[in-house]
Design a protein around this ligand. Structure first.
Ligand SMILES: Nc1ncnc2c1ncn2[C@@H]1O[C@H](COP(=O)(O)OP(=O)(O)OP(=O)(O)O)[C@@H](O)[C@H]1O
Ligand SMILES: [Mg+2]
Length: 242
């Protein structure tokens, strides 16, 4: 058996074990095979093989430093694997630039806020929805964002940089919840949000999942995430342990 066969079999095994049954290529949206990621000499991910089926909500949990953020970064193109492959919709995307990966339908909400600090809340949303070219009108999408997060409506004329951490998080999440990509990756969805708001957000996540969005949700704690996840994997010191 050559190296390619071994790699392919590892990923296949990972899919079979984690999905509970063999998933055919047509069901798979994303497959990672034997992915290693380094930050200079420091190896953050070791031989990661996994696959995500269309419509699935995969939770990856782990302690601080386990490699969760690195996993989200390597799939979305913020860092590149030193070895291994990442295949999205039958196309190898490892090493592709982040914009190109985004155009293919993968969107990452990072753990740190991703907003334009010197623009107002409304202008941030306008840019989000204008860029995404979604079918709904920009104004309708902004209204929907305000329905999900009434706090954003109250703060609509504030500069995004003047918002609290949690409010900035709402701004980042609004776009993904109103206009979800084909494959959404969220790093620490619960970070910085009050329990009452989180309760509503998990409900929205269930809603976009029911509408067909495939997701990878990365969290330190798994209690809440189990409500929406169809499957959970655990990262420990850069390795998948189940
Ligand atoms: N830019 C970087 N340069 C060097 N090492 C890094 C860098 N980013 C992360 N690391 C290291 O890689 C490992 C994995 O980090 P990562 O941020 O992926 O963990 P995490 O599971 O997201 O942790 P947390 O729960 O604290 O967010 C850690 O040992 C971390 O110190
Ligand atoms: Mg992290």
């Amino acid at each position: 058996m050559n190296t390619d066969q071994v790699s392919s079999n590892n990923a296949q095994i990972a899919c079979e074990i984690f999905n509970g049954r063999t998933s055919s290529d047509s069901q798979r949206l994303l497959t990672l095979r034997n992915v290693d990621v380094f930050y200079n000499k420091h190896q953050a991910l070791f031989d990661i093989s996994l696959c995500i089926k269309k419509g699935e909500v995969l939770a990856v949990t782990g302690l601080n430093g386990a490699g969760k953020t690195t996993l989200t970064r390597v799939i979305s193109g913020l860092v590149h694997p030193r070895s291994g492959s990442i295949v999205f919709k039958n196309q190898n995307i490892s090493g592709m630039r982040i914009e190109k990966i985004k155009n293919k339908g993968i969107d990452l909400i990072p753990d740190r806020t991703a907003v334009f600090s010197s623009l107002s809340v409304t202008d941030n949303l306008k840019i989000f929805f204008y860029r995404s070219g979604n079918k709904k009108s920009v104004n309708k999408s902004i209204e929907e964002s305000f329905e999900i997060f009434p706090r954003l409506k109250e703060r609509r004329n504030f500069l995004a940089g003047q918002l609290s951490g949690g409010e900035q998080r709402m701004l980042s999440l609004a776009k993904a919840l109103v206009d979800p990509p084909e494959f959404l990756i969220v790093d620490e969805l619960s970070s910085g949000l009050a329990p009452k708001i989180l309760e509503e957000i998990w409900g929205k996540v269930e809603g976009i999942s029911a509408n067909g969005t495939t997701m990878l949700l990365v969290e330190q704690y798994s209690k809440d995430i189990r409500r929406v996840a169809t499957r959970e994997l655990i990262l420990e010191s850069g390795r998948l342990v189940n």
